[in-house]
Design a protein around this ligand. Sequence first.
Ligand code: NDP
Ligand code: GDR
Length: 329
Amino acid sequence: MKRALITGVTGQDGSYLAELLLEKEYKVFGLRRRTSTPNYENVEHIKDQIEWIDGDLTDLSSLIRAIEVSQPDEVYNLAAQSFVATSWPQPIATGEITAMGVTNMLEAVRIVKPDARFYQASSSEMFGKVVETPQKETTPFYPRSPYGVAKVYGHWITVNYRESFNMFACSGILFNHESPRRGLEFVTRKVTDGVARIKLGLANELRMGNLDAKRDWGFAGDYVRAMWLMLQQDNPDDYVISTGETHTVQELVEIAFNYVGLDWQEYVVLDEKFVRPAEVDLLLGDCNKAKKKLGWNLEVSFEKLVESMVDMDLERLGKKSFKQLKIYL
Ligand code: NDP
Ligand code: GDR
């Protein structure tokens, strides 16, 4: 039985990855940080199958302990302060967790179990103000937020530990990926939750920032398969994971409102509060390396993803699916 340690297991990706590894009959250890109120929403259904270890990415001693207890074959470092907008008002916490936290995790592995395979959750935000399109593994980085800067550090320290200590350390440069488990502040979920609230009469507007930004959005369930595949190869390497399609935030809004038969222009209000100090205008990934070398492929399209997220929010908020609701309309 293989053993895996996942940091960030309570987040969106951690929950899908834990499901995947449990299906593959891994023994899964999950690092959780102390919170005043338990936060198991994404993993409630598999909570009893995970071996929980208390720790924090900013506390090296807790990570050393986590590696000692779990003795992992594979470590997936998904924990981060992951919300770009929060990285401006909290740049130091973002740096300590999202950048230095990676060194802490790598050090814990190097000291206790250097033969463990290591996955780092790098990000398309590292490309920022893009210098070429589409973006691939060799595209230079130009981050546009404290979050993006922190991820560039996390990326290079992972490459450096691979080259310095011969560790099996991989970095997945993942473009935006979403699901019904996405945090409510991220734009896809904010829109699908907002549309569901409006449809159910719980809200009458949706306040948004820059509708012109373009993103390459995929489904999180597809992306965690790529993480696992990276650690099953003969050699460690870095891979871009993306859909190869880009859409504006406005297109996202249109699809979500159209799905429930509403005109977005009647409800969306532009609010400066949600406009960022520096924006990433366009992301579009070239994932040919991952397709060729990992045999990775997508299963869920953008439109289907948005519609299923609206459905899930309608169900959660109204306790009825949209299909059921349609019968009553
Ligand atoms: P989430 O924000 O959903 O999850 C983040 C996780 O990190 C949560 O489990 C959170 O715990 C945990 N965490 C935060 N701070 C600490 C800390 N100091 N110590 C220990 N754990 C901590 O992120 P996603 O699942 O969306 O993303 C996973 C990773 O992939 C992140 O590193 C993100 O930056 C990166 N990424 C994500 C992309 C995406 O589109 N989703 C794209 C590219 C990269 P808690 O539940 O207690 O808050
Ligand atoms: P992003 O995701 O910054 O790409 O980072 P987010 O969904 O927050 O923003 C995407 C784009 O939408 C624009 N936008 C808004 N965003 C939010 N959150 N709220 C709004 O009201 C709004 N209006 C417009 C943003 O300006 C932006 O252009 C995500 C995170 O998961 C990171 O952790 C990850 O690394 C990257 O994706 C790849």
